[in-house]
Design a protein around this ligand. Sequence first.
Ligand SMILES: NC(=O)c1ccc[n+]([C@@H]2O[C@H](COP(=O)([O-])OP(=O)(O)OC[C@H]3O[C@@H](n4cnc5c(N)ncnc54)[C@H](OP(=O)(O)O)[C@@H]3O)[C@@H](O)[C@H]2O)c1
Length: 397
Amino acid sequence: MAAVTFTGVSSLKQQTGFIGIAYIRAANYSTENKAYNLASLKRGTGGRSSFNGIVATVFGCSGFIGRYVCNRLGKIGTQLILPYRGDPYDVMRLKVCGDLGQVYFHPYNLRDEESIEKVVRYSNVVINLVGRDWETRNYNFEDVHVKGAGLLAKVAKQAGVERFIHVSALNAAEHPESVILKNGSKFLASKWRGEQAVLEAFPDATIFRPADVYGQEDRFLRYYAHVWRRQGQWMPLWKKGEETIKQPVFVSDLAAGIIAAIKDSDTAGKTYQAVGPKRYYLSELVDWFYRLMRKNKEWGYWRYDMRYDPFFQMRVSMTELARVSWPLGNLHWDKVEREHVTDAVRNDIPTLEDLGICLTPMEDQVPWELKPWIYDLYQGHDVDEPYTEPAPPKVVA
Ligand SMILES: NC(=O)c1ccc[n+]([C@@H]2O[C@H](COP(=O)([O-])OP(=O)(O)OC[C@H]3O[C@@H](n4cnc5c(N)ncnc54)[C@H](OP(=O)(O)O)[C@@H]3O)[C@@H](O)[C@H]2O)c1
């Protein structure tokens, strides 16, 4: 009548007595790699408290995009393996992304194959969000974007992982367009080589190429809002930003695209451009950000051509030289170069819309994101006080 189930042995012995004991093997021993079908372990109706059959390792989970990806994965009942470096308390907040027992943390090192193998061994999906906007003493762009990405892809392939999602960058090219720096952005060139390294090791990898990504704790809106990016109240942009076209994407849309790609096996081996729904001149965007922050002409806002300001150029060089860990205000030459490269969106490469994502227009999201920067907010002004809605930026036809 009653049946007691244990796990561990593969044979099922028929019992005839009052208590039947079925001893079923539900999972293999940890040393037996990938001999089981995770999909067969699916449980529940697809929400946070179910298991959707996906065990995902998210490298770079502690970063800006990582938080959104983990949150969306956890919501649909994914088991998350979150490798981290440094202090475990930095990543501990991701614990609440998934249900109890569904989020695991493990230390790793991007140069240590063995530690990587340990965190991909039980996964069927691996996502690589590891990246750095600037070079550090310990890791240059080549180490992080090329060797690191290639090693993650290689180890994932060896471990029998089914899907590898790699996040690169829009405008990544063998020889990126040069605006200010003689050879263009080193970051973008390394991102292009990273894609090649990933595809060499994992030919079926899905690659995402995001434009500038904005959202909470981003490095796009906050970069322009930062005092260090300005000269007092004046905003220096290369050729006044009037020759650069940008197509930023909302972070939630990018995260939704990554989840959609994981769910759809047809996306394996494809590259996707992650761009927003509209294109704008950089000058229009930055002016609009400052209107939203109520830092208008009366406040002293004035946008000018950076080429004629040696003091700002000196500041960028000094900030880059003087940094201990990260450059103040994220200001460094490679970033200044990249921000002035026009977003090149190719017609022959699919975008997030091809993954069924309904893109968020900047006009719907950015006013909310910039609220904490409203001028004089806590000294007399109220965020809800009557204020004429600033005119939106002009869209490039
Ligand atoms: N945000 C954007 O606007 C944007 C645009 C285009 C492309 N991307 C790309 O998208 C990916 C994710 O971007 P993000 O904005 O989330 O970046 P992020 O906030 O800077 O996070 C980067 C992640 O990479 C990890 N990482 C960096 N160097 C590492 C190293 N040497 N060893 C191990 N881990 C390392 C960081 O770990 P720690 O926390 O331990 O430092 C962090 O988890 C990156 O590849 C980035 O280049 C971003």
